[in-house]
Design a protein around this ligand. Structure first.
Ligand code: NAD
Length: 294
């Protein structure tokens, strides 16, 4: 059993913190929204009045915040957690943020002698609630086993991707590829359907052939092919278009900073931004298929 401060109790952080409590850890929470804290209090957490109060003296700090600026403000500067903690606390930031900020915070933590990993997740709200998230961790080999020890209460696959920032880079690479094969799968299915093929039969053919991919296998974007996919439930998320557009923005920053001319990634981002602009931000990202039917 570990003592854990959990900062950021939104759609993802709330259920993740509950899984830590279910696993027997002593969890102290902080969020700017009092209702989010009250919900965790009724699940067995202690509530603190600030991130610093939550983190003081704990074995771990886990954060799940919207963007890089929130993570930087939480950990860096004179008021940040790194200035208040010592090497008895390990910090894990599960937020999806830009790799540059993740590296900056990871390096600042290393300079202060504090173990820190960027540990973004793959899997949405349902996986957060079920405790089946995948974690991609960036930081030292020394910190990784400590991260694994608590992340295992919230997820199934926990990878050490590399040094500080590597978790965010891995997440950016994965989600860029996801966007590209979702769009490719939608194009192939729409093209087949317009030429008289049954999308279900075409899906079976491609799943047994070299076009096989995750979008086809578990998340078919064509309505009616797969009962459990958002496409068969009016594209109710699932994984929102807004979040895919956010992740593509982060992936493109990584590509630009490392000099990779990722033309398919850029095209995927342009298509997802158009889809957002047309009012589909809150719908599942597989609704990109409708761009082909307009
Ligand atoms: P959310 O907006 O529901 O939750 C964020 C929470 O952080 C809110 O409760 C907010 O009040 C709190 N917060 C913001 N600033 C704070 C601060 N300074 N101190 C304390 N609390 C603060 O977002 P979410 O959907 O839970 O996503 C969290 C992170 O997980 C994001 O980086 C997102 O990209 C990533 N993510 C989300 C999903 C998903 O399906 N929702 C999937 C994978 C990854």
């Amino acid at each position: 059993m570990a003592t854990i401060a959990f900062i950021g109790l939104g759609n993802m952080g709330g259920p993740m913190a509950k899984n830590l409590i279910s696993a027997g850890h002593a969890v102290t929470v902080f969020d700017l929204v009092p209702e989010a804290c009250a919900d965790l209090k009724s699940a067995g957490a202690s509530v603190a009045a600030s991130a610093g109060e939550a983190a003081a003296g704990k074995d771990y700090v886990i954060s799940m915040l919207p963007a890089g600026k929130h993570v930087a403000a939480t950990y860096l500067g004179d008021d940040g957690l790194l200035a208040q903690l010592d090497n008895s606390t390990t910090c894990l930031d599960c937020s999806t943020i830009d790799a540059a900020t993740a590296r900056e915070v990871g390096e600042a933590a290393a300079a202060a002698g504090i173990g820190f990993m960027d540990t973004p997740v793959s899997g949405g709200v349902a996986a957060a609630a079920a405790g089946t998230l995948a974690f991609m961790c960036g930081g030292t080999a020394e910190t990784f086993p400590k991260a694994e020890a608590v992340l295992s209460a919230m997820g199934k696959n926990i990878f050490h991707a590399g040094p500080a920032g590597a978790g965010q880079v891995a997440k950016g690479c994965n989600n860029m590829l996801l966007a590209i094969h979702m769009i490719g799968s939608a194009e192939a299915l729409e093209m087949g359907a317009r030429n008289g093929l049954d999308p279900k039969v075409l899906s079976e053919i491609m799943l047994a052939s070299s076009g096989r991919n995750w979008s086809l296998e578990v998340y078919n974007p064509y309505p009616g092919v797969m009962e459990t996919a958002p496409a068969s439930n009016d594209y109710k998320p699932g994984f929102m278009t807004d979040l895919m557009a956010k992740d593509l923005g982060l992936a493109l920053e990584i590509a630009e900073q490392s000099g990779v001319d990722n033309q398919m990634g850029k095209l995927a981002k342009a298509l997802y931004n158009k889809h957002q602009d047309e009012g589909n931000g809150q719908r599942d990202f597989s609704s990109i298929l409708e761009q082909l039917q307009a």
